[in-house]
Design a protein around this ligand. Structure first.
Ligand code: SF4
Length: 362
């Protein structure tokens, strides 16, 4: 698995605390530095197996066709049948952009729609409007990009239950194979948090956010989508292979400033997030060696989010009793299920997943 971080956005969404820059003057220097990093880590990249490649950000659709091609040329060739995803912003999806994509190995598009309500989009400073998202889906389909994943957000300021129903119904009417939906996180230091502190916007209360999530879970189920991870839904077989690899703790190589890599055993590497230093060709990184306890916690946090759950045989022998003991009251209440050697959240457990997961962690 290979991940490429593209740390540029045209403008900043008010809720975002991801690492990205709005300095277009650095983009080409970044692309050159990224290709140099790929060259230096070539052995690692080859070992990583390019069965999935994910170009994320930031906003990768801010790159020119030439820059995207330059990046793909610096990576090992994708394996046959690989999933190659690029994240896009709806208003970047123009006929030129789509025809440029055809000259790359990209075969899956992940698009940040977030809402189909223009007022809500405006409040959080998304630069596209609902019509851009609908038009982008049509353009991509006309070009035979059918493996589409759309992102929604709930609990946004100004987003009433009625607006959320409109969002979910509208997105599902597009009959897309994959949907991700995330609850808004109010991160300190973001523009939105400052707006809240000044009383300009309000946080959605927990009950409303839960009601929104319940509505989404119910509607996706009626549409025949599998709820395969707490925030992810797909038509049968159309799960994200890249993200599923993260949840199974498979090894991956992350390129770009702030990107993470994992050896699949216990070593995690984080590239320095300083864009200027990175563009000057200096890829500083930190290595972290996870302890046995941290590995167990990672397994609980990631696998319990998925509908498959935790395979008991894969839990280190010394932790099995502890885990099952902590799970017991949730199994008794029906919020967890222990079946065929797997422990997973039950249909009501997904609504209180954070509590259950923290109970099972050390
Ligand atoms: S497009 Fe994505 S990465 Fe960029 S500011 Fe908005 S949420 Fe953050």
């Amino acid at each position: 698995m290979i991940y490429v971080h593209v740390p540029f956005c045209k403008s900043r969404c008010y809720y975002c605390d991801f690492f990205s820059s709005v300095r277009p003057d650095l983009v080409q220097a970044y692309v050159d530095a990224l290709c140099a990093e790929a060259g230096e880590r070539w052995d690692e990249l080859e070992r990583a197996r390019a069965n999935t490649i994910y170009i994320g950000g930031g906003t990768p659709s801010q790159l020119t066709g030439e820059q995207l091609r330059q990046i793909f040329a610096a990576l090992p060739e994708a394996c046959e049948g690989a999933e190659v995803t690029v994240e896009v912003n709806p208003d970047d999806v123009t006929p030129d952009f789509v025809s440029m994509l055809r000259h790359t190995p990209v075969n899956r598009i992940s698009m940040g729609v977030q809402s189909l309500d223009d007022d809500v989009l405006r409040i959080v400073n998304r630069r596209h409007r609902a019509a851009d998202a609908i038009r982008a889906v049509s353009l991509l389909r006309e070009a035979e990009y059918t493996n589409l994943s759309l992102d929604l957000m709930y609990g946004l300021p100004g987003q009433t239950m009625e607006k959320w129903r409109h969002d979910v119904d509208g997105i599902l009417s597009l009959d897309i194979p994959h949907l991700s939906a995330y609850s808004l996180q109010w991160e300190d230091g973001t523009v939105l948090a400052r707006m809240r502190d000044r009383g300009e916007v309000q946080e959605a209360d927990e009950e409303t956010a839960l009601e929104m999530y319940r509505y989404l879970v119910e509607c996706t189920r009626k549409c025949g989508m599998e709820h395969y991870e707490i925030s992810n839904f797909c038509k049968p077989g159309m799960f994200s292979r890249h993200n599923s690899g993260y949840w199974r703790e498979e090894p991956y190589v992350g390129l770009g400033p702030g990107a993470h890599s994992y050896d699949g055993c216990r070593v995690r590497r984080s590239n320095n997030a300083d864009l200027q230093t990175y563009c000057e060709g200096c890829v500083l990184y930190e290595e972290e060696h996870l302890t046995d306890g941290e590995l167990y916690d990672e397994m609980v946090m990631k696998r319990l989010r998925t509908s498959v759950g935790i395979c008991i045989d894969e839990v280190p022998a010394g932790r099995v009793d502890y885990m099952l003991c902590m799970a017991e009251k949730h199994i008794q209440s029906g919020r967890m299920v222990l079946e065929d050697g797997y422990l997973r959240l039950g249909s009501e457990g997904i609504f209180v997943s954070n509590d259950i997961i923290s109970d099972l962690m050390l």
